[in-house]
Unconditional design. Structure first.
Lengths: 307, 454
């Protein structure tokens, strides 16, 4: 199998992608949305014409509610970002935006989140990430409890976790790019996307490893099995189904990106990348890594024998 | 053989029946909705606030004055009071729930979440939720009390009337209940008050001491009625006859009856979604689900041919079952929830793909179609189980820890994965067995192969 033969190239590609994502994440960082840091988001739609930003900026400053960010969307809409607002502040903001009823508007949505709610969500998100990771690691350990030679079972688990990290880090890196260039903010759904990628991408790796185990068991009688060949064969048997199952999920996700509600657009896009790299890693990273480890083990054994 | 076909037919009929239910119970789809039976009308999709439009309010309850053991009691009392107040708006299906503080949330704040579908005038709503109607009875102050007169900026002269009256001990606290009455002579609506024992005693004392004078009734710091006492009232009843409209009188009765809040609350965060925004999101979600389904169906038929067609059929049944479950349980659908459902359509096919790939392999190794199908199903089961377990783990943990937004996603995704395992395995198998008649010819083999192979 050509993936196994060129395993170092594919492992290299993955390393480059991960390093790139991490450095993007490190240099650009992620913009926290109001879900996490608190704040208010007001969406208004003007009935006739939208006043220009410069016309509004003066009166808005006079409101004394800190920085007010005006973001035009659509033809007649503004998204207004501020700190979290009280009822009175909210009312006076709307009044200012409508230029004292001179330009009639309709409030499409308003979302004000106090900082304490944001802190709570951050904490919840961290706990959920830790628990999901733990749950999946336990599941991997359970799924691979029975495999033995020539690569011991916990190594399968570790490789599954490495490819899991790979699947999560790359979409986060891509999100950091979006965050930097398009101003996309990290919200609750971002965390959900990361966790869902964890759940979805590991399954692919597990199915391929399952196949490898089955093929090894089938060859138990044969005294010397060629591990690399077995892995290659297993890959050949399962890569079509791996791609097909991911493809169906990616298809529905793309429908969600292009036709779905605006609120889940970037969420779906994150999942698309997660699914894509999840499938990529199960074929081009996890299995080559498995063979690579086996080769290193074999070499060590030989060296020991020589001594 | 015939048994299997009858079974498959039964499933199809059942599926059609459930589809009929989903259709009939949906006002957006069923043009004849007005005339449908009430059973159907009781099961529309329950839409979350982000789709139906409405307000989502999070309050913090200040429980610092409450003894530790009674926190949950007073929170329940708080919820009941707020629920009564919210019901006064006439909102359909308001949700008032307690969110306990503790380990997960990281602080000991007790929170109250109020969802008001369809209410976008939050200023009014929060005012009504948060305000305790303060009912006071005041008596005339001695004549020589100084009154303050101020001249406002606009040149108007304001006479501050408050020192005209002095507070008494009698307040809304001693109220037993309030009722809506109509004045028998004028027909004007008025609010009847009935005091409890202490209140009755206090009221009797006040009226006795003030015969011939005014006893002012204050609501929220403003006088609403200033009747002159004619005689001592010992019956413990009083009427407020402000110039109410019937609606105002009814609201006041409701607010007085709902009582004071057992613990003070402050608004932490609020979210309002306009009806248009909600409608757009709902429409986009439905459209994405439909297009996503079409994509998957096309792919399945083009790639897997006959089994693909069967997979599409069982996918249809899967979608129908899930939609019916959403209605019957019921599941509150949010934009994220719809996303979870759409993703589950993609995942639902997963099991079928695993099985068909297996079947294809078995065919290649020279087995008959029937043998390949049954071997494919039995061998693929472990892979199906393993590959879905991690999604289920994620869904469970997300559901456990999530806010309502995340919960919606976790629930639809988790339900989707579970139901799809059932539908892919049992329903697809039943259909595949039922069409065994295609035999072993070249055409049959072509139909059961997949991808680019001939």
């Amino acid at each position: 199998m050509f993936v196994i033969k060129n395993k170092k190239i594919f492992i290299g590609i993955s390393i480059v992608l991960v390093v790139f994502s991490l450095s993007v994440l490190f240099f650009f960082g992620l913009k926290a949305g109001i879900d996490f840091k608190g704040g208010a988001l007001t969406e208004v739609s003007y009935k006739d014409t939208r006043p220009s930003q410069s016309d509004l900026s003066g009166p808005l400053e006079a409101l004394n509610i800190g920085t007010v960010l005006l973001q035009p969307t659509g033809e007649k809409d503004y998204i207004v970002k501020t700190r979290d607002l009280s009822e009175q502040e909210h009312a006076s903001l709307l009044k200012t935006l409508s230029q004292d009823e001179q330009s009639p508007l309709e409030e499409k949505g308003f979302n004000s989140i106090g900082p304490s709610v944001g802190r709570e969500l951050t904490r919840k998100a961290i706990i959920a990430i830790v628990l999901v990771s733990l749950g999946i690691i336990l599941f991997i350990a359970f799924a691979f409890r029975k495999v033995s030679k020539p690569v011991s079972s916990w190594r399968y688990g570790i490789i599954a976790i490495i490819s899991l990290l790979h699947d999560v880090i790359i979409p986060i890196g891509i999100f950091a790019l979006f965050s930097h260039y398009l101003g996309v903010e990290m919200d609750t759904l971002f965390v959900v996307a990361v966790l869902t990628v964890l759940g979805l991408s590991v399954s692919d790796t597990i199915v391929i490893f399952d196949r490898i185990r089955e093929n090894i068991r089938g060859q138990a009688m044969v005294a010397k099995i060629n591990f690399a060949e077995t892995v290659g064969k297993s890959l050949e048997q399962s890569f079509v189904r791996s791609i097909c199952t991911s493809l169906t999920v990616i298809l529905v996700l793309l429908a969600l990106v292009f036709f779905g509600p605006a609120s889940t657009k970037y969420f779906a896009l994150m999942l698309v990348f997660g699914m894509f790299f999840g499938t990529y890693s199960s074929i081009f990273l996890a299995s080559p890594l498995l063979v690579w480890i086996e080769e290193i083990q074999a070499k060590n054994k030989e060296n020991k024998k020589k001594k | 053989m015939w048994k299997k076909r009858v079974l498959a037919l039964l499933i199809l009929i059942l599926g059609t029946g459930v589809a009929f239910f989903v259709f009939q119970s949906e006002p957006r789809l069923n043009k004849n909705y007005e005339n449908t039976k009430s059973f159907f009308k009781h099961h529309p999709f329950r839409l979350g606030l982000d789709l139906s439009g409405g307000s989502h309010l999070i309050y913090k309850a200040d429980i610092s004055q409450v003894p530790t053991g009674q926190v949950s009691d007073s929170m329940n009392a708080l919820r009941d009071v707020i629920e009564r107040r919210v019901n006064l708006f006439g909102v359909s299906e308001p949700v008032v729930q307690i969110q306990e503080g503790g380990f997960v949330s990281g602080n000991s704040d007790e929170k109250l979440i109020v969802d008001l579908p369809g209410v976008t005038d939050v200023e009014k709503a929060t005012a009504m939720i948060g305000q305790t109607p303060l009912l006071e009875f005041k008596t005339e102050a001695p004549k020589d009390t100084p009154r303050e007169v101020t001249v406002g900026k606009d040149g108007k002269i304001n006479l501050d009337t408050s020192p005209q009256y002095v507070s008494t001990e009698l307040t809304g606290r001693y109220l037993k209940k309030a009722i809506l009455e109509f004045n028998p002579t004028t027909g004007e609506p008025q609010v009847g008050l009935q005091f409890d024992d202490t209140g009755t005693k206090l009221f009797a004392e006040i009226t006795k001491a003030n015969v011939g004078k005014i006893v002012a009734i204050y609501l929220d710091g403003a006088p609403i009625s200033t009747p002159v006492v004619r005689e001592e009232i010992t019956g413990g009843t009083a009427q407020i006859s402000g110039s109410f409209t019937p609606v105002e009188a009814k609201q006041l009765v409701g607010r007085l009856n709902s009582g004071a809040l057992p613990v003070p609350i402050t608004l932490l965060s609020r979210q309002t979604i306009g009806a248009i925004l909600g409608d757009n999101a709902l429409f986009a979600g439905a459209k994405a689900a439909f297009i996503g389904f079409l994509f998957v169906a096309l792919f399945l038929i083009l790639w897997y041919r006959l089994p693909g067609l069967i997979a599409v059929l069982s996918l249809c049944i899967y979608v129908i079952i899930i939609l019916a479950l959403f209605k019957l349980l019921p599941v509150t659908l949010t934009a994220a929830g719809i996303a979870g459902f759409i993703i589950s359509i993609g995942i639902a096919v997963d099991a079928n793909v695993l099985i068909f790939e297996r079947v294809k392999e078995e065919l290649r190794s020279g087995r008959t179609i029937a043998d390949s199908v049954s071997a494919g199903f039995s061998r693929a089961w472990f892979s199906i189980r393993d590959s879905n377990t991690s999604s289920i783990i994620t869904a469970i943990i997300l559901f456990w820890f999530g806010t309502s937004l995340i919960k919606g996603f976790a629930l639809t995704l988790g339900m989707g994965v579970l139901v799809s395992m059932l539908s892919a395995i049992t329903i697809s198998r039943m259909f595949l067995y039922a069409i065994e008649f295609v035999g072993e010819g070249k055409v049959a083999r072509f139909l059961f192969s997949s991808g680019l192979s001939k």
